[in-house]
Design a protein around this ligand. Structure first.
Ligand code: HEM
Length: 196
């Protein structure tokens, strides 16, 4: 019986989440060495530099929220909590408008986007450890926020349901790839400014 179970487990197809994570691995890992994003992990991160990167996050999450609303994505996946944290962190700075370089057309593509941006909270925990040391006197509400596990579980369940159909899977993958790539481009425009 035990052997039968093991054989079944071995034969089980990978989850939609595992397939998407695998197929987007290179784009995700490229962000780890991204010239601007990797500054968040630097011991000498400057406060203006930090504010500039946060501001680019705000612009990107604003754009993602607009896409979610336009494509009627479930409210449970709204980025309003993240937007509030970002605006609070940037309360002494100007706020940018939404980033213009992210275009998605269908709810399944938007689901891929939601996976990427909600999943980015895992990396945020690593970044927060550095921010606490590099800029201890600054606000880190956005990066310090823990992943909402209920929301993440719900998102994964939506991924598995929708992604079971191959046409939809391709759209989700397209949405995820597009988001990783646009995110890198959006951060690239955040030129490092003189540190203070
Ligand atoms: C630059 C710093 C980053 C670091 C250090 C980092 C690190 C990590 C780590 C440690 C995980 C968890 C892996 C696991 O437990 O299996 C993760 C997952 C993830 N990260 Fe990143 N990440 C970073 C940036 C980003 C960005 C900017 C995005 C998206 C825009 C992103 C999207 C994701 C996604 C979608 C997952 C979930 C993958 C899955 O399904 O398991 N990450 N990241």
């Amino acid at each position: 019986m035990k052997l039968l179970e093991q054989t079944r487990q071995r034969a089980a197809p990978p989850s939609v989440r595992a397939r998407i994570a695998d197929e987007t691995r290179m784009s995700h890992e490229a962000l780890h060495t991204h010239p601007v994003l990797s500054r968040l992990m630097a011991a000498d991160l400057g406060r203006k530099e930090y504010a500039t990167i946060l501001s680019r996050h705000l612009a990107f999450f604003e754009a993602a929220e607009q896409i979610s609303i336009r494509l009627n994505m479930p409210h449970a996946f709204s980025f309003q909590p993240e937007l509030r944290l970002l605006r609070d962190d940037l309360r002494d700075h100007g706020w940018p408008g939404p980033y213009a370089g992210l275009t998605l057309q269908t709810p399944c593509q938007a689901l891929g986007m939601l996976y990427v941006l909600h999943g980015s909270r895992f990396g945020a925990q690593v970044i927060h450890r550095n921010l606490r040391k590099a800029l201890p006197m600054h606000r880190h509400n956005f990066f310090g926020d823990v992943i909402a596990s209920d929301r993440w579980r719900l998102l994964l369940s939506e991924l598995e349901t929708k992604g079971a159909q191959s046409r939809r899977y391709s759209e989700i993958l397209h949405g995820a790839e597009t988001t990783f790539s646009a995110f890198g481009t959006a951060m690239q425009t955040a030129e490092a400014r003189p540190r203070q």
